[in-house]
Design a protein around this ligand. Structure first.
Ligand code: NG1
Ligand code: MG
Length: 540
C-alpha cells in the first residue's frame, strides 16, 4: 500500500531507526530511550509495552477556515507528545467490568491523576473536572470519543485483550497553549494509546482516527475544526499537507520547493499564552459562531434555501453553484466580472468559485453600516433567524459573549484566505524562479487579513512580525488561532542567525525586561523547523 493513505492504520514501528526516518524526528533519540527508564522509575520498575507519538503542527497558511469547510496547509513539526504505556489484561479466565487509567507526566507541572471507566457505560468517564488534573481531560475525551467507534467485540467481556489497567507516562515538547497544537497532539496521542491498548489500532484507519480525535477535542469545550488532528496523524517528513474537509477529509502531501537548501520556516513564540478553553466565548468560539451567522446571511442574500447545506460558508458556496446550474453559473459569473475571469486564468476553477463568493459578500454588505459590527437585531434581519430559533441556531452549542457581530469582516477573511491557500499550493506544485517571494507575500497578506478582518492578532504578535520583516523574513504570520502563541516566518537560511538574534534583543529582552531569555529558553521559543512525520506507535 502506498504510504500515508487515509485508509492505513497509524503505523507501527519496531525500531527507533525507523521512527527517525518515518517520523523525521532526528534530534530526539535519547529522549525515547530515556522515557522507558523514566517509566520504570515512575511505575515501580515496570517496562512500558509501547510508546505512542503524536506531533504538533505549524500552519503555513489557511487560518480560521478549517471549521468553515475550506482547505488548509499545515505541516507536522518535530515537537511532539510521547506516551509510554503499560497495559495489564485481566488474569486468564477472569474479567473486569472496568478499566483503570493512570496518567503521569514527566513534568511536575502536570500532577499525577487517574480515572476508572466502566465498560458498560461511557458515562463512566467523568468529564471536565477542574484543578490540576485538567490535563487528563484530553485522555478522557479520547476514551469517550472512541467508545462509539470501536466494534462492540473490542469492549465486550469476551475479549481477552480487554485491559484492566492502562499506565501512561506522558512526555511533551510542544509548548502548551501556544498555537502549535499541543492539545490536538494530546487528544490524538491518547486515542492511539487507547486503540493500541485494546489491540484495535488496525481496526480504525487514519481517516476515522482523525475524525474521532476531532470529535473528542470538541468535548473539551473548543468548537474546533479538524486541521490539527489531521496534521498530527498524516504528517510526512519534508512535506506540507494540503488538507481538505469537503466533501470529506483528504490529505495531499506537498513538497515545498527546494525547502532544504535555501529557505526554512522559523517559528517564533510570543510567549503570550492563549487558552481557548478560558477565552473561547470572546474569541475562538465567537469567531466560529460569527462565520455561521455570516453563512446564513449570505445564503439568505443569495436567495438560497435555509437547509443544512448552508450552515457554513463552504456550504453556501457549494449550494450556490449547485442551485444555479453548476459550470454554466461560473461562465455567467465570468462574463460579469473581470476579477473572477482573472482568478480562473491564474488559479483555476475552484479559486474562481471562491472569488465569486467574495464578490457576493461585497454586494451583500454594500454600505459602511453593514460592514460595521452588527447588533443581534441586525443579524436577525440579515439571517432570517430570530427569537428562539436564533438562540438554537447560533447560541446553543458553545457559550459566547458579544455585543456586536462582525459578519462582513469575517466572511471577507474566509474567502480571501481560502483563495490564498489554493495559490500557495499551486506555487508549491509549479514553482516559478521567484517562488519564495510569492509564497512570502501570500503569508503577509494572510497576516494582514487576520489582524484587520479577523481581529485575532495582538500587540505582541504584531511586534514580532514587524521585527521579522525588518530582519530577513520573506513572509510572516501568526499560526494557529492567534491572540498570542506562535508566529511562522519564511526565512532564507543565510539570514536565520541575524533573524534569531534580532528576536532575542528586540523582542524577548524587552518583554522580559532586564532578564531576557536564557540560551535554552531562546532555543525553545525561537527555532527553525522542518516538516516532520505523523503519529506512530513504537513497540518497546
Ligand atoms: P490552535 O491555535 O492550535 O489551538 C486552532 C484550532 C484549529 C484551527 C486554528 C485556526 C483547535 C484544536 N484547533 O488551533 O482547528 O481552527 O485554530 O486556523 O482548536
Ligand atoms: Mg490548541
Amino acid at each position: 500500500m502506498a504510504p500515508n493513505q487515509v485508509s492505513d492504520p497509524v503505523p507501527l514501528v519496531n525500531s527507533l531507526d525507523s521512527i527517525y526516518s518515518k517520523a523525521g524526528v532526528l534530534k530526539n533519540g535519547k529522549r525515547w530511550d530515556d522515557l522507558a527508564s523514566k517509566f520504570a522509575d515512575a511505575y515501580d520498575g515496570l517496562k512500558p509495552d509501547f510508546i505512542a507519538r503524536a506531533p504538533g503542527r505549524v500552519n503555513l497558511i489557511g487560518e480560521h477556515i478549517d471549521y468553515v469547510g475550506f482547505s488548509v496547509f499545515p505541516a507536522a513539526v518535530e515537537k511532539d507528545i510521547l506516551m509510554a504505556t503499560k497495559v495489564t489484561l485481566a488474569p486468564a479466565g477472569g474479567s473486569s467490568d472496568s478499566v483503570e487509567v493512570v496518567l503521569k507526566n514527566t513534568t511536575t507541572r502536570f500532577a499525577e491523576t487517574s480515572f476508572t471507566s466502566r465498560y458498560d457505560s461511557v458515562d463512566g468517564v467523568q468529564l471536565l473536572n477542574s484543578g490540576d488534573s485538567r490535563w487528563a481531560n484530553y485522555f478522557k475525551v479520547a476514551f469517550k470519543g472512541l467508545h462509539s467507534h470501536l466494534p462492540s467485540s473490542v469492549l465486550d467481556a469476551s475479549n481477552p485483550s480487554r485491559p484492566v489497567r492502562i499506565q501512561v507516562l506522558v512526555d511533551g515538547t510542544i509548548p502548551p497553549e501556544s498555537s502549535l497544537s499541543s492539545s490536538a497532539a494530546m487528544t490524538t496521542c491518547s486515542s492511539i494509546v487507547i486503540l493500541e491498548s485494546f489491540s484495535a489500532r488496525s481496526l480504525i484507519d487514519r481517516k476515522e482516527m482523525a475524525e474521532v480525535a476531532i470529535e473528542s477535542e470538541r468535548l473539551v469545550g473548543v468548537n474546533s475544526g479538524g486541521m490539527d488532528q489531521s496534521a498530527s496523524i498524516f504528517g510526512i517528513p519534508d512535506h506540507a499537507l494540503y488538507i481538505s474537509f469537503y466533501p470529506e477529509l483528504s490529505v495531499e502531501p506537498t513538497k515545498l520547493p527546494q525547502s532544504d537548501t535555501e529557505h526554512t520556516f522559523v517559528i517564533v513564540n510570543t510567549l503570550v499564552v492563549s487558552d481557548k478553553k478560558v477565552t473561547g466565548p470572546v474569541n475562538y468560539n465567537l469567531r466560529v459562531v460569527e462565520t455561521r451567522m455570516a453563512a446564513r446571511a449570505l445564503a439568505k442574500g443569495l436567495g438560497l434555501g435555509s437547509g443544512n447545506g448552508c450552515k457554513d460558508l463552504r456550504g453556501v458556496l457549494e449550494t450556490y453553484f449547485a442551485e444555479n446550474g453548476g459550470v454554466g453559473r461560473l461562465e455567467l459569473e465570468i462574463e460579469n466580472s473581470g476579477a473572477v475571469k482573472e482568478t480562473l486564468e491564474k488559479s483555476g476553477e475552484e479559486a474562481a468559485r471562491i472569488k465569486v463568493l467574495e464578490e457576493k459578500v461585497e454586494s451583500l454588505y454594500h454600505d459602511d453600516t453593514l460592514k460595521a459590527g452588527l447588533t443581534r437585531q441586525q443579524v436577525e434581519e440579515l439571517t432570517g433567524y430570530s427569537g428562539e430559533e436564533f438562540d438554537k441556531e447560533f447560541l446553543s452549542s458553545f457559550p459566547i459573549r458579544a455585543d456586536k457581530f462582525e459578519l462582513y469582516k469575517r466572511s471577507k477573511h474566509v474567502f480571501t484566505e481560502a483563495l490564498r491557500v489554493l495559490q500557495f499550493r499551486s506555487l508549491c506544485n509549479s514553482p516559478s524562479p521567484d517562488v519564495y517571494r510569492q509564497l512570502g507575500s501570500l503569508m503577509d497578506d494572510s497576516q494582514s487579513s487576520l489582524r484587520d478582518l479577523y481581529n485575532c492578532s495582538c500587540d505582541e504578535l504584531n511586534t514580532v512580525i514587524d521585527i521579522a520583516k525588518r530582519n530577513g523574513s520573506l513572509g510572516s504570520r501568526l499560526t494557529g488561532a492567534g491572540w498570542g502563541g506562535c508566529t511562522v516566518h519564511l526565512v532564507p537560511k543565510k539570514k536565520v542567525e541575524v533573524f534569531i538574534s534580532a528576536m532575542r534583543t528586540q523582542y524577548y529582552a524587552k518583554r522580559f525586561e532586564g532578564k531576557g531569555l536564557s540560551e535554552d529558553e531562546l532555543n525553545d521559543a525561537c527555532f527553525d523547523t522542518k516538516p516532520a512525520g505523523g503519529a506512530c506507535v513504537y513497540k518497546v
